[in-house]
Write a protein that binds this ligand. Structure first.
Ligand SMILES: [Zn+2]
Length: 240
């Protein structure tokens, strides 16, 4: 008998592992066309840093490793990860070549490094508005910028529950209906990372309290499920 997995286990945050040995990367946007402009719907100024011609600064004098995935606010991957993604036909991204600027660690300066890419995620899935903010925040229909709204209720701790019907079938994605800086991926990408032994990568559940996948475990998904069911029982009985 097979049981259907709850949608909370369909997508995972993908990010650089903050505990891995490796530099902290800060992205310097390319100097090309700046796309900063006010949204016609809400007048919020949308700063979209140009990807083309971007580079990064590698901070931390003491590190001695160039990992496959860098610790950064953006999603930065090495060429090995990119070719693994292409090999399985993963969709939902544009990989922009990323130059290397200043490198603080003299050890790293001498070492061969992967060719890194800054990932622009184009896949989309919506999150459930009821679980996100019970419809109380102000969500701009044009830019999908979200603010807590007049009620003043802070909703930073809300559940990000994907609505499976809105998923476009991609492996790398972000939210379609709410604008955030999150990078998400499917379970298939976690299995790929395990099989290919990507370094410097971390995956965590979409729940407000963080749960990081233990990539060493074959039953990592069952472990994550047990944690979520104990931590958020109401999610599984569909009670807000
Ligand atoms: Zn707007």
């Amino acid at each position: 008998m097979s049981t259907k997995l709850h949608p909370i286990f369909s997508f995972w945050h993908i990010e650089g592992d903050r505990h891995a040995d490796g530099p902290i990367a800060t992205v310097i946007p390319g100097s090309g066309t700046s796309t900063a402009r006010p949204c016609p719907g809400c007048q919020r100024v949308l700063e979209e840093a140009p990807f083309e011609g971007a580079s990064f600064r590698a901070l931390d004098m003491a590190v001695r490793v160039w990992p496959d995935v860098l610790n950064s606010y953006g999603l930065i991957i090495g060429d090995r990860v990119l070719s693994d993604l292409n090999e399985i036909g993963a969709r939902g991204f544009v990989a922009h070549k990323l130059g290397i600027g200043e490198v603080e660690s003299t050890y790293l300066q001498e070492m061969p490094h992967p060719d890194y890419s800054l990932m622009e995620l184009t896949g989309r899935v919506d999150v459930d508005r009821q679980w996100y903010d019970e419809g109380q925040g102000d969500l701009c229909p044009q830019c999908h910028g979200w603010t807590p709204g007049a009620s003043g209720k802070s909703r930073w701790d809300r559940m990000h529950l994907p609505v499976m019907e809105t998923w476009d079938g991609t492996d790398l994605l972000t939210y379609g209906n709410v604008r955030t800086g999150y990078h998400l991926c499917t379970t298939r990408i976690i299995e790929l990372a395990r099989a290919k032994k990507w370094t410097g990568v971390a995956f965590r559940l979409m729940t407000p309290r963080p749960y990081f996948v233990d990539l060493r475990l074959d039953d990592w998904l069952a472990k994550a499920e047990a944690w979520a069911r104990a931590e958020y029982p109401r999610l599984f009985t569909n009670q807000l």
